[in-house]
Design a protein around this ligand. Structure first.
Ligand code: NI
Length: 256
């Protein structure tokens, strides 16, 4: 069974066939799935999907692109949502994105800190989106030594990944691992211990080869597992099982 640890099933790319897709995922090998929110509205949508479907979990938070919505009222809404819904297992996805920089850096940083404070207050793991902001993200995390989480769709160096591992964090890999120019991602995945790796699709984006360019969906996460198995020199099942366990540990999901 596979755990897609980062899948935006609430995205409008799935509006036309969401129920049908969700129905078919167990037969395509998906055992568990985490749908992280990107905004308050998307967090409510993810939480609603999680309430409807036993094997779907959700996270609540504002992505750096939506950092300008983070104020006391929004934080209160997240607090209420997380406290009131047992299927919401993390704060996320939150972080810094200096690639697009849709929202000014100072606002992104303030929103990141405010949501890390919330995670600390509620004792929740966090899902971090970080792009071209490696230094700032790590400096902010220095102030939160008690927090744990995952850097999803990791794009940093091997050294940075190992720094995160030393801090007790997890590193998330997407279909980028299957791309022809994936040398760096492969180097990072070889260096990170298997017990700190999460697997994800980040759908509807980032479809793995040979589906690159198409709409991605959680059923394709097996391609990440196959590639990770090759990189680590282990079986597909060993890669699937380890990343499944890791995601359950991080998100505090107890499997019967
Ligand atoms: Ni995402």
């Amino acid at each position: 069974m596979l755990f897609d640890s980062h899948a935006h099933l609430d995205d409008r790319a799935f509006d036309l066939d969401r129920s049908e897709l969700i129905r078919t995922l167990p037969e395509r090998g998906i055992g568990l799935l985490m749908d992280p929110g990107c905004s308050l509205a998307s967090s409510y949508a993810a939480a609603a999907l999680a309430e409807e479907t036993p094997w779907i979990y959700a996270a609540a938070g504002s992505h750096p692109d939506a950092a300008d919505e983070v104020d006391e009222e929004t934080l209160d809404a997240y607090r209420t949502l997380i406290r009131g819904n047992r299927k919401v297992k993390a704060v996320g996805e939150i972080g810094l994105d200096y690639h697009y920089e849709d929202v000014p850096r100072e606002i992104q940083k303030a929103a990141f800190r405010a949501q890390l404070d919330l995670a600390a207050e509620l004792d929740m793991p966090v899902i971090v989106h970080e792009r071209e902001a490696h230094q700032d993200a790590l400096e902010i995390l220095d102030d939160y030594p008690g927090l744990r989480g995952v850097f999803h769709c990791f794009s940093g160096s091997k050294e940075m990944a190992l720094d995160l591992v030393r801090r007790g964090w997890y590193v998330g890999f997407t279909g980028v691992l299957t791309f022809k120019n994936a040398r760096r991602a492969i180097e990072v995945a070889s260096a990170v211990p298997l017990d700190r790796i999460l697997m994800e699709t980040d759908c509807p984006y980032m479809a793995p080869e040979p589906f690159r360019g198409k709409r991605n969906d959680p059923g394709y996460v097996y391609r990440v597992a196959e590639t990770l198995a090759q990189i680590k020199g282990i079986s597909f099942t060993a890669a699937a099982d380890a990343t499944y366990r890791n995601a359950c540990t991080l998100y505090g999901i107890r499997e019967e």
